[in-house]
Design a protein. Structure first.
Ligand code: IPM
Ligand code: MG
Length: 374
């Protein structure tokens, strides 16, 4: 019996390979866990009409936390076209199972550290150390969407003066995706960003929104951020619009520390932040709630590399390291972090994205060896 129960959800494409790589490293440092593998992803959408089967949700409930591989997501029509013939036309709607997990388990905080490891040839600069806090359950990902617009929704929207411009447009010619922010949602993501800045010695928290245009939702986030910032003496709140932030992240990324944003904008800045420190092959994430957490590489399922033992497993290995932090296994977490840094600095083992030709397994093996040596 291990000390922990860990759910393993490989998912699609390269998910299984990167998860196996992370497990190799966890095993090398003697992390004691019982692993339970669960079904998730495209295969189950096609065969069952549900990429997140009920049995998987039950499995997660019996574990301490989850390591997740990757998911293939496709737009509505393409997804429907791939359903098994007997399931077609029965009203099944594809929705991303990772987004589903985040909402179902109220994993409100998506934590995405992006730091430049010395010696990584892919760094834009070597002095970048960013941490993205992305609100993970609301905003444009709420899933409250319509097309065509139902009459009652139309009537409600028509009460807004700005709808006058759309008077002549028919309901079937309008699509609406609601951007829903709650005060609680804004408060907890900003609060967690400040707590992290305090605990890890970051001097600034930058709230990344667009309140000059998206007045109500972005406005709520920024107003709550101002109020919360008052509780943290010595940590400055910076306010930057999402468009400008994309520019600054390319121009002066070293000036920033903790970034906090809503779901969609956080999604965007986390890919950008990842790219300037090596790309998605290095980008780890923790979806963290009050009672449960799912750790995953930020990259997708990379179907064209599936089964080739080729992709960089560092993103998933670092996600496993974040999992150890979450479980309170600080020493083990530090061993993984140091091992990743060492292997990158030595530069002997490099996957294709780093300009080398080491395999997924070779990279994992090198990190496992370094972690074992301490
Ligand atoms: C991410 C991904 C997901 C998201 C996709 C796969 C649904 O891009 O975790 O950043 O949009 O959140
Ligand atoms: Mg993304």
């Amino acid at each position: 019996m291990g000390k922990y129960r860990i759910a393993m959800l490989p998912g699609d494409g390269v998910g299984g390979e990167v998860l196996a790589a992370a497990k190799l490293v966890l095993d090398s440092i003697g992390f004691e866990a019982d692993y339970r593998y669960g079904d998730i992803g495209w295969e189950f959408w096609k065969s069952e009409g549900n990429p997140l089967p009920e049995r998987t949700i039950d499995l997660l409930k019996e574990t301490d936390c989850c390591l997740f591989g990757a998911i293939t997501s496709k737009p509505k029509e393409e997804a429907a076209a791939e359903l098994a013939p007997e399931l077609k036309g029965k009203g099944y709607m594809y929705s991303s199972p990772i987004v589903g997990l985040r909402q179902l388990f109220d994993l409100h905080t998506n934590l995405r550290p992006c730091r430049a490891y010395p010696g990584n040839p892919l760094n834009l600069r070597d002095d970048i150390d960013l941490v993205v806090f992305r609100e993970n359950t609301e905003g444009l990902y709420s899933g409250v969407e319509w097309h065509p617009l139902p009459d009652e929704v139309r009537r409600a929207l028509d009460t807004h003066p700005k709808m006058a411009r759309y008077r002549a447009v028919k309901n079937e010619d309008i699509a609406v995706s609601a951007r829903i922010f709650t005060r609680k949602g804004c408060q907890r993501i900003v609060h967690n960003a400040f707590e992290y800045a305090k605990a890890h010695g970051y001097p600034t928290v930058t709230v990344v929104e667009k309140p000059n245009v998206i007045r109500e939702t972005s406005g709520l986030m920024v107003r709550e951020a101002r109020a919360i910032a008052k509780e943290y003496e010595g940590i400055e709140l910076w306010e930057t619009n999402i468009d400008a932030m994309c520019m600054w992240l390319v121009k002066n990324p070293q000036d920033y520390g903790v970034l906090v944003s809503s779901n969609m904008f956080g999604d965007i800045i986390s890919d950008l932040s990842a790219q300037i420190v090596g790309g998605l092959g290095f980008a780890c994430a923790g979806n963290i709630g009050d009672d449960y957490a799912v750790f995953e590489p930020t990259h997708g399922s990379a179907p064209k590399y599936a089964g080739q033992n080729k992709v960089n497993p560092i993103a998933t290995i670092r996600s496993a390291k974040m999992m150890l932090d979450y479980l309170g296994e600080k020493d083990l977490a530090t061993r993984i972090e140091n091992a990743v840094a060492r292997v990158i600095a030595e530069g002997r083992v490099r996957t294709y994205d780093m300009g080398g030709n080491s395999t997924t397994t070779e990279m994992a093996g090198a990190i496992a060896q370094a972690a074992k040596e301490g």
